[in-house]
Design a protein around this ligand. Structure first.
Ligand SMILES: Cc1cc2nc3c(=O)[nH]c(=O)nc-3n(C[C@H](O)[C@H](O)[C@H](O)COP(=O)(O)O)c2cc1C
Length: 176
């Protein structure tokens, strides 16, 4: 059997989720893709929160600038996103609506300000109802509201590496 082809797709505004995506890639390999929008969110945090709340209320799916060629060739797709408004961010909803991941293994991961993933992993299951969705990984990242942006460095990065490896072993993506 040929080895499984792995894609790691993530959304990250202040690079915490990106750091987790990079740890995953270091351990399992695969291609790393950051989701970008046609029209990026404002730099201002409060404006972004207001826009996201509105998009969640109306079900608006922001168009993606990122295009992924040959997604059908991948067997395993990691899906990484921060918690926004206690949900999956609208751009990741756009991605999961746009691409058909039926029959693939889907593995979600998340960073948040300490309030957890909210409904994010449930939404992955709903939008990937014909995929094999494995147990997700969630870790505390930044708290942009309080001006705490990127935290995945030094000791915190080491802790995250240990936790990510434990999780990857548990879901049998790595041996040791
Ligand atoms: C628009 C917006 C909304 C957020 N809403 C929440 C939330 O509801 N709960 C939470 O725990 N963190 C929330 N956060 C904080 C992020 O989840 C946290 O800082 C995360 O680590 C950011 O990941 P990133 O660095 O990959 O962008 C929010 C951040 C933004 C920008």
């Amino acid at each position: 059997m040929s080895p499984k082809k792995i894609l790691i797709v993530y959304l990250s505004r202040t690079n915490n989720t990106k750091a987790i995506a990079e740890i995953i890639q270091k351990n399992v390999g695969g291609n790393l893709v950051a989701l970008e929008l046609d029209k990026p969110y404002p730099e201002n945090y409060q404006q972004t929160v207001q826009q996201v709340v509105k998009e969640n209320e109306t079900g608006y799916l922001p168009p993606l600038k990122t295009k992924i060629d040959g997604i059908e060739n991948y067997d395993v797709i990691f899906i990484g996103f921060p918690t926004w408004d206690m949900q999956m961010p609208p751009p990741m909803k756009s991605f999961l609506h746009q691409y058909n991941l039926s029959g693939k293994t889907v593995i979600p991961f998340n960073t948040n300000a300490g309030y957890g993933v909210g409904s994010g992993f449930e939404t992955v299951k709903e939008l990937c109802s014909n995929s094999n969705v494995l147990e997700g990984f969630s870790i505390k990242g930044g708290i942009e509201r309080d001006g705490v942006l990127f935290v995945m460095k030094d000791e915190k990065l080491k802790e995250a590496e240990t936790e990510v490896k434990e999780w990857l072993r548990k879901i049998k993506m790595i041996k040791q």
